[in-house]
Design a binder for this molecule. Structure first.
Ligand SMILES: O=P(O)(O)OC[C@H]1O[C@H](O[C@H]2O[C@H](CO)[C@@H](O)[C@H](O)[C@H]2O)[C@H](O)[C@@H](O)[C@@H]1O
Length: 809
C-alpha cells in the first residue's frame, strides 16, 4: 500500500502492483475479517501527531495497521540487518553481507515491536501469516504469546545452503524464530531442502520426520513446504492490450526500425545512416513516452501513425538495479553477441529498464556505476548514427508502460544470478498470451523450475547467455508460440490468488488440532500387541507404498530398505503368521523386491498373486476372467500418453493388467486440470472394455472391472482360520480392504484423509514400529511415548476404539 495526501489534508491508500501486494491484496479485500499489518513506509518524525492520526485512519479504512519506524530503527533493521545482512547472504552474495551486532539488535527490537502490535489484535482461532526475511523472529515471539495460534511464515527470497547460512552469527536464533510457525513456506523444493539442511546442521536435536515436519519441544509441529508464487495473469494479459501499452509497443517498433516506414533506419550503409537522421527528426515524440502524464490518446495517435510490421528485433529486460539481478553479466553477454554475430549490429535493440534501488547502500552505488559504464561502452562501441544498441531507462515505470515494454520485446532477457522466483519472466509471458516472444531465463531463480520451455541459461556463463540470446532471436514464431503455450497454461492456473489460498489452506490443515494431538496413544498399541500374543493364527494384510514405506517422487525409488526386508522376514517367518503384502504394484516389481521373502504377495490390486496361504504353487497366478490386456492397453495407453505429454514431469506406468498416469512430480494445479480432463476422456471408453478407473495417491489408474484389494483378501478374511486379523493401508484402494474386514479385526489407516479404518497412525514409521513390536512381543506403559509417530485417535473412531480397548482388558 502506498500513502497519498488528498487536498483536504486527509490521506488515501493506493494498492501497489508488486508481487506480494497483487498476491495477497485481493484476498485481503475480499475477507472482511482480515487485517494487514505492516511498515507504514513513512518517517513519523516528518508528521505531526494529528497528521499521523489521519494516516492511521486512512490505513484503518482499508483494514490495515501501520507500524511507524524511526530513522534509526529503519537504518539498523531495514537497511542494515534485512538488506545488508540477510539479503546478500540469502542470495549467495556472502561477500556483500555485513554482520553488525547493533543491526541484529535493532532487527530483534523491530520484530518485537511487530509482536507487540499484533498481540492485542489476536483472537482465538485466528490465522497469522508472516511475510519474508524481515520478520524471521516474529513467529516464535507470537508462538510464545499464543501457543495454540495458527502461524504461517513465507520466504520470498531464496534460502541459502547450510554452509552459507551458518556463517550468520545469529543463525540459530533465526531458525528458532521461524520454527515458531506451523507452516514454513518457500518458493521451491530446493529452498525447503536448504532450510532442512540448516536445521540438521544447526539444531540437530530437533526431530524432523521424512515429510519435513519438525516436532518442536513446546508441542507444536512446524511443516516445511514449497509454494511457488504466481502472478495475476489476467491483469498482465489485459494491460498488454491497454492503449498505452499498445502505443508503447508500436513506438518501440518504430524506433527500432521494425515498422516498414522506417525500416531503412537501421541500414548500416551510408545512405541508410543519412536517411536515419532525417527520419529521426519526425520521431521526436518518442522522447515523451517516459512522461506518464501524456494522455494515452495522444500516444496512441502518434503510435498509430506508423504501420506495424516486424523485421528487426527487440530485447527487453525489467529489473531493480540490484547486484543479484546479474546486469553486468547480461550486458557483457549482449556485447559479446554483437561481437560474435555482427549481423545483429543495427538490427537488434535492447530496452534495459533498471530501476535504481537502495541507493544509499554503497554496493548499489558501485553497481550503478558499473552498469552505467558498461552501457556506455557498448553504446559507444557499436552505435550507428541513428541506431543505439541499448536504450537504458533508470526510472520507475508503472504497470502500463512496463507492459508496453514487455509486449515490444521479441526476447526477454531475464538472467538473475540468484532470485527467489522472478515474476518478470512470468509477466512477460502473460503479456505475450497468444503471441510469440521468447524467454531467456536464468536457472538460478525459482521460475526456472516452472518455465522449463524457456531458453534456460547459467547467468554466470557469458558465452552460454550469448548463444541463447542469438538462438532466441533466431527462433521461428511458430516454435516460440509452441513453447509459450505450455508455459502460459501453467501460469494461468498457478496464479497469485491461487498461491495465497493454497498456502492458507495448507496452514489450516497443518495447524488443525488433530495434527498437534497426533501423539502417542500407546494404549491402542498395547491392546493390539496383547491380542496378538494371545492369538493362535494371525493374518496381516499390509499395503506397501505409503504404508510400509513413505511415498517418494519416483516409484522406482520406493525400493524396500534392508531393514524393512529384515522386518518382513522376521514377522513372515513365524509359522503362526500369514503376512500378505497387498499392493497395486506390478507383479514383476513385487517379485524383484519381495519374491525371496516369506510373505504372500497380491499385486496389481488383486489381478496377480503368489505364495498365498493354502496355495501349493510357487508360481504367480493371474486372476480368472480378466479381459485381454494387450487389446485394451492399445486403447488406454495413448489416452494416458496424451496427458503425460501435456503435463511436464508426469509419466505413464504400464503393468500387466493396469496402466497408470503418475503426476506426483508435476505442478499440482496443472496436473489437476489435466487429471479432470483425463478422467473425462477415460470415462468414455472404460466401460465398453470391461475396465474401471481408480484414483490413488497422485495417480490415475485403469484396471479390469471388479479388481480390488478387498476382493482379493476376501477368501482369507472369511476363512475363519484366524483369531487375529489386521489390515493396514494409506489410500483409497486400501479402503476396499477395510470395508471387508470383520468387526473384530484391526484396521489402521496411515496418514490423513477419510477412512473406514478404526485407528490411524501418522506415517510408515509408526507401522514398522508396530510390526517390530509384534515380532518381538513388546508392550509399553500406557502413557509412555515410544516414538514421535505413534497412534492417534481419529475423531470419528475414538469412542469405538476406547470401547474396543475396554473389551480387551
Ligand atoms: O498399493 P500400493 O502398494 O500402495 O501401491 C500403489 C501404487 O504405488 C506406486 O505409486 C505410488 O508410490 C510411488 C512411490 O512412492 C509414488 O511416486 C506414486 O506417486 C504413488 O502413486 C506405484 O507406482 C503404482 O503402480 C501403485 O499402484
Amino acid at each position: 500500500m502506498s500513502l497519498q495526501a488528498r487536498e483536504d489534508g486527509s490521506y488515501t491508500l493506493r494498492q501497489n502492483v508488486g508481487g506480494l501486494a497483487t498476491a495477497i491484496g485481493p484476498y485481503h479485500r475480499s475477507h472482511k475479517d482480515s487485517l494487514w499489518i505492516g511498515w507504514s513506509g513513512i518517517d513519523p518524525q516528518k508528521y505531526s501527531e494529528k497528521e499521523l492520526d489521519r494516516i492511521r485512519q486512512a490505513y484503518r479504512e482499508s483494514r490495515c495497521i501501520p507500524i511507524f519506524l524511526s530513522k534509526e530503527e529503519l537504518n539498523g533493521y531495514y537497511a542494515g540487518f534485512s538488506n545488508n545482512t540477510l539479503w546478500p547472504l540469502f542470495h549467495d552474495f556472502s561477500h556483500e553481507a555485513v554482520f553488525r551486532q547493533e543491526d541484529w539488535e535493532m532487527y530483534r527490537k523491530v520484530n518485537m515491536r511487530f509482536a507487540q502490535v499484533v498481540e492485542p489484535l489476536i483472537r482465538k482461532g485466528d490465522t497469522i501469516w508472516i511475510q519474508d526475511y524481515h520478520l524471521m523472529l516474529l513467529p516464535k515471539m507470537l508462538r510464545e504469546r499464543y501457543p495454540d495460534a495458527s502461524i504461517g511464515w513465507f520466504l520470498h527470497v531464496p534460502f541459502p545452503s547450510a554452509e552459507i547460512f551458518r556463517s550468520l552469527p545469529w543463525s540459530r536464533e533465526i531458525l528458532e524464530g521461524v520454527l515458531g510457525a506451523n507452516l514454513i513456506g518457500f518458493h521451491t523444493v530446493d529452498f525447503s531442502a536448504s532450510f532442512l539442511a540448516s536445521l540438521h546442521r544447526l539444531l540437530p536435536e530437533l526431530p524432523v520426520n521424512r515429510d519435513g515436519v519438525v516436532e518442536m519441544p513446546d508441542g507444536h509441529r512446524a511443516a516445511i513446504d514449497a509454494f511457488p508464487i504466481g502472478i495475476d495473469y489476467n491483469l498482465y494479459r489485459r494491460t498488454a492490450h491497454s492503449s498505452l501499452a499498445r502505443a508503447m509497443r508500436r513506438g518501440i517498433d518504430e524506433v527500432c526500425g521494425k515498422s516498414p516506414r522506417h525500416r531503412y533506419r537501421t541500414s548500416v550503409t551510408a545512405e541508410g545512416v543519412a536517411a536515419n537522421e532525417a527520419a529521426a527528426s519526425d520521431a521526436n515524440w518518442w522522447s515523451h513516452y517516459m512522461k506518464e502524464d501524456i494522455p494515452e490518446s495522444t500516444l496512441a495517435k502518434q503510435a498509430a501513425s506508423s504501420v506495424g510490421s516486424r523485421s528487426n528485433k527487440v530485447i527487453v529486460s525489467v529489473d531493480r538495479l540490484d547486484y543479484t539481478k546479474g546486469l553486468p553479466e547480461r550486458l557483457q553477454a549482449f556485447g559479446r553477441m554483437l561481437d560474435k554475430y555482427p549481423e545483429w549490429v543495427g538490427h537488434v535493440t535492447y530496452y534495459l529498464l533498471a530501476t535504481p534501488s537502495r541507493e544509499v547502500v554503497e554496493s548499489y552505488q558501485r553497481l550503478k556505476a558499473q552498469v552505467d559504464q558498461l552501457v556506455g561502452e557498448i553504446n559507444g562501441r557499436y552505435s550507428l548514427l541513428a541506431w543505439t544498441p541499448i536504450h537504458y531507462i533508470t526510472r520507475s515505470l508503472s504497470i502500463k508502460p512496463v507492459c508496453g515494454i514487455y509486449t515490444a520485446g521479441d526476447v526477454a532477457l531475464v538472467t538473475p544470478l540468484r532470485d527467489g522466483m522472478n515474476l518478470v519472466a512470468k509477466e512477460y509471458l502473460a503479456c505475450h498470451d497468444g503471441r510469440d516472444g521468447t524467454l531467456v531465463l536464468s536457472d538460478m531463480c525459482g521460475a526456472a523450475d516452472e518455465l522449463t520451455d524457456a531458453f534456460i541459461v547459467n547467468p554466470y556463463d557469458i558465452d552460454m547467455v550469448c548463444e541463447a540470446l542469438h538462438n532466441a532471436l533466431e527462433i521461428t514464431p511458430e516454435e516460440s508460440k509452441r513453447r509459450n503455450i505450455r508455459m502460459q497454461a501453467r501460469l494461468k492456473v498457478r496464479t497469485a490468488a491461487n498461491w495465497c489460498t493454497s498456502f492458507l489452506d495448507s496452514l489450516r490443515q497443518v495447524s488443525a488440532p488433530g495434527m498437534t494431538d497426533r501423539r502417542l496413544r500407546m494404549d491402542h498399541h498395547n491392546a493390539i500387541v496383547r491380542q496378538w500374543d494371545g492369538a493362535h493364527r494371525r493374518l496381516i494384510l499390509c499395503d506397501y507404498d505409503g504404508t510400509l514405506t513413505p511415498l517418494v517422487r519416483r516409484p522406482e525409488r520406493a525400493k524396500p530398505t534392508q531393514a524393512l526386508r529384515r522386518l518382513l522376514t522376521q514377522v513372515g517367518s513365524n509359522p503362526d503368521v500369514d503376512f500378505l503384502l497387498v499392493s497395486g504394484r506390478s507383479h514383476q516389481i513385487m517379485q524383484d523386491w519381495f519374491g525371496d521373502l516369506p510373505v504372500g504377495l497380491i499385486a496389481e490390486h488383486g489381478a496377480w498373486n503368489r505364495n498365498l496361504p493354502g496355495s501349493d504353487s510357487d508360481e504367480w497366478q493371474r486372476a480368472k476372467g480378466l479381459p485381454d490386456s494387450d487389446t485394451w492397453q492399445k486403447v488406454i495407453r495413448p489416452i494416458m500418453d496424451e496427458s503425460a505429454t501435456r503435463v511436464p514431469n508426469s509419466f505413464v506406468e504400464s503393468k500387466s493388467d493396469a496402466v497408470a498416469w503418475h503426476y506426483r512430480m508435476s505442478d499440482a494445479q496443472v496436473a489437476d486440470h489435466e487429471r479432470q480432463d483425463l478422467l473425462r476422456r477415460l470415462r468414455g471408453v472404460v466401460v465398453g472394455l470391461g475396465l474401471m478407473i481408480m484414483e490413488n495417491s497422485k495417480v490415475v489408474e485403469v484396471t479390469p472391472v471388479a479388481t480390488s484389494k478387498g476382493q482379493a483378501i476376501l477368501p482369507f478374511v472369511n476363512s475363519g482360520d484366524y483369531d487375529f486379523m489386521m489390515a493396514l493401508g494409506d489410500d483409497d484402494t486400501d479402503e476396499t480392504m477395510f470395508a471387508v474386514m470383520p468387526d473384530k479385526g484391526w484396521t489402521i489407516k496411515v496418514g490423513p484423509g477419510q477412512t473406514k479404518a478404526r485407528l490411524r497412525v501418522n506415517d510408515p514409521t509408526a507401522v514398522t514400529l508396530l510390526l517390530a513390536d509384534l515380532g518381538a512381543g513388546v508392550t509399553h506403559d500406557s502413557n509412555e511415548p515410544v516414538a514421535s509417530h505413534g497412534f492417534r485417535d481419529d475423531h470419528t473412531v475414538v469412542d469405538e476404539a476406547h470401547a474396543r480397548l475396554t473389551d480387551d482388558k
